[in-house]
Design a protein around this ligand. Structure first.
Ligand SMILES: [Zn+2]
Length: 308
């Protein structure tokens, strides 16, 4: 048993304008940090249309294809862009998370990390936003339920921003518990703790700028992990954003690299107790390149140790 790493060079072909924080160099930083790791390395496939149609209407996927520029970049919203290679990168991102679910549920891997870009947790049903085009983790959760026949899954999103897209894609499905810890106030402005979804399967935890790892861990222990235990998931999916790091330029939480290892270890504890150690983690944010590489290494080191 082992940890799978899913990635694809198409992730380098999603270009953003100069100075944009969600840049090609992020993937270099992540893959460089994982170079020496002993992982099951898998080329991420393109997501199948049927898997994407569980979370996005066909009209939205067609609109992305129609908006794709033949050269240069096309702006979708204030900070979300398409370049000629963007759909290949995005479809590999969703395909990675979906394939990771297959590997973990078949027992070929104990757990998995998806090193892809662009991220996915801000993409709503019919709206690309916040650097995100497709709901990678939401599509993977639906695949686990509808294709593999699981009854319950949980998503833990520790990116510093609220996972509004994932919430939009899964909150109608009571089989999915969605938990997001995020700094407030901060982009995208949603994720108030009073927003618990139509089936009370959404757990939003707001953190104040300036808070560190102890505060995040306490919030997880008090507000998130008991809900995960009560939900009884057969698989835990993780939206692994590393932009709560103190060096990150986009937010004000003050986590150290080691805090991400602690959070990962606690998620692995839960997976051990609840779901045969099955964890599928997908990269979301993280915009200081040095911190991003260090945090991904700390995160995957724990997955690797706990996946043996
Ligand atoms: Zn983020």
């Amino acid at each position: 048993m082992t940890t799978a790493l899913l990635t694809h060079p198409d992730g380098f072909d999603h270009a953003t304008p100069p100075g944009h924080p969600e840049q090609v160099a992020r993937l270099d930083a992540v893959l460089g940090a994982l170079e020496a790791f002993d992982l099951m390395r898998i080329k991420a496939p393109l997501a199948a249309e049927a898997d994407l149609l569980r979370v996005h209407p066909g009209s939205y996927l067609d609109a992305l294809r129609r908006d794709l520029p033949e050269q240069g970049v096309h702006q979708l919203d204030a900070d979300t862009w398409l370049s000629p290679g963007s759909l290949g990168a995005a479809w590999r991102g969703a395909g990675a998370a979906i394939r990771a679910v297959d590997l973990v549920l078949s027992g070929e891997a104990t757990n998995a990390f998806c090193a892809t870009r662009p991220p996915g947790h801000h993409a709503e049903r019919e709206t690309a936003m916040g650097f995100c085009l497709l709901g990678n983790v939401a599509a993977a959760a639906k695949h686990a339920l509808d294709h593999h026949g699981l009854s319950r899954v949980a998503i833990v999103d520790f990116d510093v921003h609220h996972g509004n897209g994932t919430q939009d894609l899964v909150e109608d499905d009571p089989r999915i518990l969605f938990c997001s810890t995020h700094e407030m106030p901060l982009y995208p402005g949603t994720g108030d703790p009073s927003d618990t979804g139509p089936h009370d399967t959404v757990v939003n935890v707001a953190l104040r700028a300036g808070g560190g790892g102890a505060g995040l861990l306490a919030a997880l222990e008090e507000k998130v992990f008991p809900r995960v235990v009560a939900h009884g998931p057969e698989l835990i999916l993780v939206s692994a954003g590393f932009d709560a790091h103190r060096a990150d330029p986009l937010a004000g939480l003050m986590l150290e690299t080691g805090d991400f290892a602690k959070v990962t270890a606690r998620i692995c504890d839960l997976a051990e107790d609840l779901c045969a150690r099955r964890v599928v983690s997908a990269l979301e944010g993280g915009y200081d390149l040095e911190a991003l590489g260090a945090c991904v290494a700390a995160h995957v080191r724990i997955l690797e140790e706990r996946g043996r």
